[in-house]
Ligand binder design. Structure first.
Ligand SMILES: [Fe+2]
Length: 249
């Protein structure tokens, strides 16, 4: 099994295109997306159209917010979701294409289990909304409960912070392990990071290649200033949503 795992694209078409080009260069054809196609960024339609080509695509909390009523989002994120919904509703394009996009979003599953591998957006306990942050290694009860629900390995996104959680309450970031990790006998939770809005201080797009039990974190440069300019150009998208891309925060 050789897969590319992408997550949290957030309507950033420049980063998604750069990542998909890198995936092709790596000779990987199966792409799994762990959700949050939209929200925050300027190109929801284009991102959805590319995501339709993924072999597996899960629902993220921002996708659900665009489909239904956004709940639990901060003001900037909520405004972005309403703007996203507008983009998907009246773009002056063929209504059949619009319907196809809504249907695609509406039918996205929340989890995907494949043998020993579980794929979710948030966590095994709450696939859509639960964050598992690096500092949760100090919250043993939380990690124990989540690990108890995992057969062997879980792959997730949502926090935009890539790395590996081990059952002995450790977290390692990609830099600490030379961007590579070998899955073993112990359970593991792998956060694949974010394609379109990294928040670990590295502004490059992040994704993971899973080859058998070997994990490789990849960081990809993309024309971030182009995305930022587009965000600045949309009044409904807070300028901060552009600024944070520059710093990866
Ligand atoms: Fe996200």
């Amino acid at each position: 099994m050789k897969l590319a795992l992408i997550s949290d694209i957030h309507s950033n078409i420049e980063s998604l295109e750069a990542v998909l080009a890198d995936i092709r260069e790596q000779g990987v054809s199966d792409v799994y997306c762990l959700g949050d196609l939209v929200g925050y960024g300027p190109n929801p339609r284009e991102v959805i159209d590319l995501a339709m080509k993924c072999k597996v695509c899960l629902l993220g909390n921002h996708d659900q917010g665009a489909l239904f009523d956004p709940e639990g989002f901060n003001l900037g994120a909520e405004r972005a979701i309403f703007w996203t919904r507008q983009q998907l509703e009246n773009s002056g394009v063929d209504p059949a294409i619009q319907h196809k996009r809504w249907d695609f979003l509406g039918e996205l599953p929340r989890t995907h289990q494949q043998g020993e591998f579980l794929f979710v957006h948030g966590s095994a306990r709450n696939p859509l909304n639960e964050y598992v942050f690096p500092e949760d290694i100090y919250n043993r009860r939380k990690l124990e409960k989540i690990f108890a629900l995992i057969k062997k390995y879980a792959f997730q996104g949502h926090t935009h912070v890539p790395g590996v959680f081990t059952e002995d309450f450790n977290f390692v970031s990609p830099e600490e392990i030379g961007y590579g990790y070998q899955l073993g006998d112990a359970k593991a939770m792998v956060n694949v990071g974010s394609v379109g809005q990294p928040r670990d201080g590295d502004p490059r797009a992040c994704y993971v290649i899973l080859d058998g039990e070997a994990i490789q974190f990849r960081r990809i440069e993309y024309p971030v200033e182009k995305t930022i300019e587009k965000i600045y150009g949309v009044p409904e998208l807070d300028n901060f949503l552009g600024d944070r891309l520059r710093d990866g925060r």
